[in-house]
Ligand binder design. Structure first.
Ligand code: ASP
Length: 313
């Protein structure tokens, strides 16, 4: 059975620090791969790969998440095991450095989703470390928020800042991407998916996007696994990951129909998809979506999609 780990680092506009972004993706793929070696489990691999990106300030997840309109980090994350379709999701969590580890604890419980302070307390009982919320904020994300505040909280869609969303502000430090995700296939043919995000910059406090919603930001079953990124409010309306996995189950890995459905409601984003036979795809309708992968037979992880020029024609 071919083992595969495939990760993404968010769909959006060109990232400012491409070498760091690329290095972070490769490191995450290698971390996930190390969990697949021997008799490693797909869930453990997907979780480890995502946790590596949560620890890396380059990405919008865990440490380095974008800030909401109140200048706080609020994280959403999820993990799904393909074999029995059990998943664990968390949302609006402010004090956990690795939200994906908390989601993993939810997967191992009777629950499917736990949010906010209740999720933090649930995790604490299971040994998930908490941090001071300030420790999740990088200087770069703080400066972007301060600049946004100084400009009078501009929004592109004309909505009130605290009511609406600011999907693309165009401000420095807000490339509007960098959500992370991973899909894995282990040596026993088991699939898993995981996704983690700080959401959209300057979002309404309490806002939850697609990332922790099953079928939207992630999906895994016996035949395929997927993780998505992009405009959560749009992705949730087209069930991006579930639709792509259904098509893959029927033997069609083409991501264009699912992305066309997203584009039809003016949505932008991307996803990674892995089928039970080890074949995979990455697709996006944004400028870029960095992704990295390693499979049996490869000596090291490889990476693509980190520059606008990588975009398939
Ligand atoms: N999908 C994420 C959200 O809407 C953001 C992203 O992927 O950039 O929360």
């Amino acid at each position: 059975m071919t083992r595969v780990i495939l990760v993404h680092g968010g769909a959006g506009a060109a990232t400012k620090d491409e070498p760091a972004y690329r290095a972070g993706l490769l490191r995450a793929a290698e971390t996930g791969w190390s969990r697949l070696e021997g008799d490693g489990d797909a869930v453990a691999a997907a979780v480890a790969a995502v946790a590596a990106m949560e620890d890396d300030p380059v990405f919008n997840a865990g440490y380095g998440s974008v800030l909401n309109a109140s200048g706080e980090v609020e994280c959403d994350a999820a993990v799904m095991r393909g074999a029995d379709r059990k998943f664990g999701a968390i949302a609006s969590v402010r004090t956990v450095r690795n939200p994906v580890l908390l989601a993993h604890e939810v997967l191992d419980s009777r629950h499917v989703m736990v949010v906010g302070e209740g999720a933090v307390r649930f995790g604490a009982r299971r040994g998930v470390a908490t941090v001071d919320p300030a420790q999740l904020i990088t200087q770069e994300r703080f400066s972007a928020w301060a600049e946004w505040m100084a400009r009078g909280q501009p929004v592109l869609d004309g909505e009130d800042a605290l009511e609406g969303l600011t999907p693309r502000t165009g401000l420095a430090g807000d490339p509007g991407c960098d959500t992370v995700g991973a899909v894995a296939l282990d040596g026993r043919g088991r699939l898993a998916a995981a996704t983690s995000t700080g959401g959209i910059s300057f979002k309404l406090p309490g806002r939850v996007g697609d990332s922790p919603l099953p079928g939207c930001g992630f999906w895994a079953d016996g035949r395929a696994a997927a993780s998505s990124t992009g405009e959560g409010e749009k992705i949730a309306r087209v069930l991006l990951c579930r639709v792509a996995c259904e098509r893959a189950a029927g033997g069609d890995l083409d991501l264009d129909p699912a992305l066309a459905d997203l584009a039809a409601i003016d949505g932008s984003g991307g996803l990674i998809l892995l089928a039970a036979d080890g074949s995979w795809r990455a697709g996006y309708n944004t400028e870029m979506m960095g992704h990295a992968w390693r499979r049996d037979g490869m000596a090291a992880a490889e990476c693509a999609g980190t520059r606008p020029s990588d975009r398939p024609a």
